[in-house]
Each structure stands twice: as C-alpha cells, then as structure tokens.
Design a protein around this ligand. Structure first.
Ligand SMILES: Cc1cc2nc3c(=O)[nH]c(=O)nc-3n(C[C@H](O)[C@H](O)[C@H](O)COP(=O)(O)OP(=O)(O)OC[C@H]3O[C@@H](n4cnc5c(N)ncnc54)[C@H](O)[C@@H]3O)c2cc1C
Length: 450
C-alpha cells in the first residue's frame, strides 16, 4: 500500500484514542460482520463514514435498493467518528471572493443554501431515526485573533448576510465577552447563525444502526484490496470475499489510497488534523475564563484553531496536524497544543489533558468538494474532499450521490461548486512538500512560526 503518511495513520488495529469512543458502547460487530463469502448487491459502497452511511441510508430506506458497505475498520473508524463535531458550513478552501470569481453570485448563493440544508439534514436524520447526537449551541463563532482580523470580519459579515443570506451578528470585543468568552487572542467575533455542535461518534453509530434497520448491510474489517470489472459487474475483492455490484460509490475521503481507482489516484491530498480534550471543567473554572457559550468556535488564522465546550464540561481544542503521522510527531503536537491552549485560555493553563488523537481530512486540487461519477466509468460514483468540514456536507453529499445512483437526479442539477473535475495534482509525489511549504507560509502569516 502506498500512502502519504506513516503506516500508523492507516492502522485499523490501533486504538484511535478519541474522547468520543468513551461515550459509546463498543461497536456491535454481530451487525457488521466481515464479508466472508462472495456476495452480490445493487450498490456497493466503499467506506463506512458519514458519506458512505448517509448514501446507504438514502438508497436502502428511500429507494429500497440492496446496498452493502465495505469498511476497512469498523463503521466511523475514519474521520467521521473522530472529528470535532462541528455540524457547520464550509467544505472549501476557497475564500468568499474566490468563490464569487469562479462561480458567480447565483451559484455561490446556491452553494451556501445547500450547506445550510446540509446542517438541517443532520438534524432531520437524527430526529427521524431517533439518534441522540448531543446537539449543542446555535450557529458558529468566528473569533478574530487580532484586531486587524476583526476588520476583515466586516466583509465576511456582508458576504454572509447578502450573498449567502445567513443570519449573522458582528460582536465587538465587549459583546464577545458578554456572549462567548474572554481570551488575549479574541478581539471580537462574527456569529454565523447556521450550525451547531454534536457528538460525531453517536451520530455515526446512529446512522449505521439506521442503515442496518432499513435493510442495508455493513461489513466491518472488509478493506477493498483490489477492484476489477468483468461483464459489466464491479468485483471488489476483500480479504475473505468478493462483492459483485453494478454500481459502486467511493466514500473513502482522506483515507483513499491512490491505488484504489485510477480516476482517483493522485487527485487528493489528505492532511492531518489534531484534537486534545481536557478533563471536565468546573463552573468556577469556566467562569474564570469567562466561558459562556455552547456554540462551536474557530479563529481567523489561516491554520486555524477550533474549539468548543462539550456536553460534560470538557474543552475540545483542535488544530492542523503534522506531515509525518508517527508517534514522535504526535507527542510534539500534543505538547504544542497543550501550550497553545494555555496561552489562549490562561485560566486553564496546566489543566489535565485526557485525550489526544488525530485523523485525515481531505483536500482536492480545485479546493472544492466533489460529487459525481467517473468520466471513464459512469457506474462509479464518488462524494469526496470536504476540506475539514464533512459532518454536515458528508451527510448531504451522501444523499446527493445516492440520488445520482438511483437516477432520480442528474449531476447537472448539482450546484457547480460540487461539479468541478477531480484533477490530478501536478507532480503528485510532491504533495506532502506542497503541504509543508503551505504550512510554513501560513504559520508566518499567523504569527506562529513552525
Ligand atoms: C481531527 C478531525 C477533526 C475534524 N473536525 C471536523 C468538524 O468539527 N466538523 C466537520 O464538519 N468536519 C470535521 N472533520 C472532517 C470530517 O470528519 C470529514 O470530512 C468527514 O468525516 C468525512 O466523512 P467520510 O465518510 O467521507 O470519510 P471518513 O469518515 O474518513 O471515512 C472513510 C472510510 O473509508 C474507509 N476506507 C478507506 N479505504 C478503504 C478501502 N480500500 N476499503 C474499505 N474501506 C476503506 C476508511 O477506513 C474510513 O473509515 C474533521 C476531521 C478530522 C480528522
């Protein structure tokens, strides 16, 4: 297997170590047994994260198609079960001006409406399927890490209210302290009135149970090791069985191996994101930092920090990860994040860190999310590359790709932001070096040299 990061990052036998895992029972593997014989189905889905599970739910429950999900680990082993739980908008690395330039006002507006619908779709699925997701907060806070960046939030506010038509508020530093928190690195904020926080593991477990309840089959520990096509059938070979299907959805996001399918190879750039969580904070500790919000927050740095208070009082603090993925780099990252947490929130300096983990998010050359089918084989579909924002968008994209597979919608009905061709990165073997270069530049811009 050729991968961009250390083998640890892809090792499904190693514990992930996330806090979320401690909030659920161990996966019920009797429902998700490995593919241990040759089987046939209507639609095979590779990847059992939010995208694959949402696609499976919408195909099985709403279209009565026979679906099987092949997952190399257990359901939600990938980014879906270990993210920050921001059910919010984003999913592109293009800034607002670039979106307008590339797609025009109408399509950009449509994209933001789709994103808003994606957030609501998560709530809707949770309510329809009876999933307890520990929803918290209302919207998403963008915290200005310098006073200069506060000025730039004004144009973001104008864009989001006028083009995206989102309800938003601009907060002065005083208003921010009144509604959200105090920090030497908080100089006012923009409250985007779309989004909330959730427990991603509970959400994914609920999705997987719903897929099972509606007749879908999920096979854990069933990595697709090779893929061939014969007589119009896709043959997906796993360690102990082959799945035959007329249509395939690839939902492997940051964990996609270049060798999985020739039309995906060299087209994705997975990047690591890290998270630490503290022990539960007491009311007095929260008050000492002036913390009074349940709403998820990120700051205005290029290499942003994201953080939120969890349902049990823990503080979750996330940042970009490294470019290697081994244990030594992980130890350094944990120490760095612990130090930064104390600098941003001095009242919590030295507070016990209970969990550290990381995982892969996915970037594409176009810097946009992609939904569609392969140019050289229209029976292979994909929904991929959410640029670190796939809780809501992965759910929505899973439904969108299910509609393409079922033939109820055509890809031309999708907003053009999602329809960009999946282009190869120039000199793909240098992808990690592009990332290192970008991190070096962004760190300097952010005032936090590497
Ligand atoms: C640390 C971290 C924090 C994040 N925070 C947020 C956040 O707060 N909000 C947000 O919206 N997004 C966040 N994200 C991003 C979000 O988690 C992802 O965009 C989303 O989960 C992608 O879902 P997915 O189902 O497409 O992919 P994944 O959840 O990554 O699932 C892909 C699955 O495919 C499987 N797979 C790969 N290859 C094969 C194969 N050959 N055969 C079988 N199975 C295979 C993998 O085992 C994996 O389980 C974060 C990500 C990380 C890593």
């Amino acid at each position: 297997m050729t991968t961009l990061y250390n083998a640890n990052v892809y090792d499904r036998t190693r514990p992930v170590g996330s806090f979320w895992e401690t909030t659920v029972e161990p996966a019920n593997l009797t429902h998700y047994s490995p593919l241990n014989a040759d089987q046939t189905c209507d639609v095979a889905i590779i990847g059992g994260g939010i995208t694959g599970l949402s696609a499976a739910l919408h195909l099985g429950r709403d279209r009565q198609l026979q679906v099987r999900v092949l997952e190399a680990g257990v359901p939600a082993w990938g980014a879906s079960g270990r993210n920050g739980g921001f059910c919010c908008v984003g999913s592109t690395r293009l800034n607002y001006e670039e979106l307008l330039q590339r797609f025009g006002r109408q399509e950009t507006h449509r994209y933001f409406q789709d994103q808003r619908e994606a957030v609501e779709l998560v709530r809707q699925i949770a309510s329809e399927e009876g999933i307890e997701i520990d929803a918290q907060g209302d919207g998403e806070i963008v915290s200005a890490h310098t006073s200069t960046r506060r000025a730039s939030l004004v144009s973001d506010y104008e864009f989001l209210t006028e083009v995206a038509e989102y309800p938003c508020k601009l907060w002065s530093p005083e208003e921010m302290a009144e509604h959200a928190f105090r920090s030497p690195e908080a100089h006012g904020a923009l409250l985007v009135g779309v989004g909330f926080g959730l427990n991603p593991m509970k959400y994914c477990r609920g999705l997987a149970a719903a897929v099972y309840r509606h007749g879908g089959t999920i096979h854990a520990h069933s990595a697709v090791q090779s893929w061939e096509k014969a007589d119009g059938w896709h043959l997906l070979h796993t360690p102990s069985g082959t799945l035959r299907a007329k249509q395939v959805i690839v939902a492997t996001n940051g964990y996609t191996e270049d060798s999985l399918h020739p039309s995906l190879g060299d087209r994705l750039l997975p990047t690591l994101s890290n998270i630490i969580t503290t022990r539960p904070l007491t009311t007095a500790e929260l008050e000492a930092q002036g913390w009074r919000t349940q709403t998820p927050v990120y700051d205005t740095r290029d290499l942003l920090f994201y953080f939120r208070l969890l349902a049990d009082g823990r503080f979750l603090f996330g940042s970009r990860g490294g470019t290697v993925g081994d244990g030594r780099e992980g130890d350094r990252a944990q120490a760095y994040m612990t130090r930064r947490l104390g600098e941003m929130f001095p009242a919590w300096q030295g507070i016990e860190i209970t969990h550290f983990w990381n995982g892969l998010v996915c970037i594409s050359a176009a810097l946009t999310p992609h939904i569609g089918s392969m140019a050289d084989d229209p029976s292979v579909f994909y929904a991929i590359a959410y640029h670190g924002n796939g809780v809501a968008t992965g759910t929505w994209s899973g439904r969108a790709v299910a509609r393409l597979v079922a033939g109820t919608h055509s890809s031309t009905q999708l907003c053009s932001v999602f329809r960009q061709p999946l282009k190869r990165f120039p000199l793909p073997s240098l992808r990690i070096w592009y990332l290192r270069g970008a991190y070096a530049v962004y760190s300097l811009k952010d005032g936090l040299p590497l």
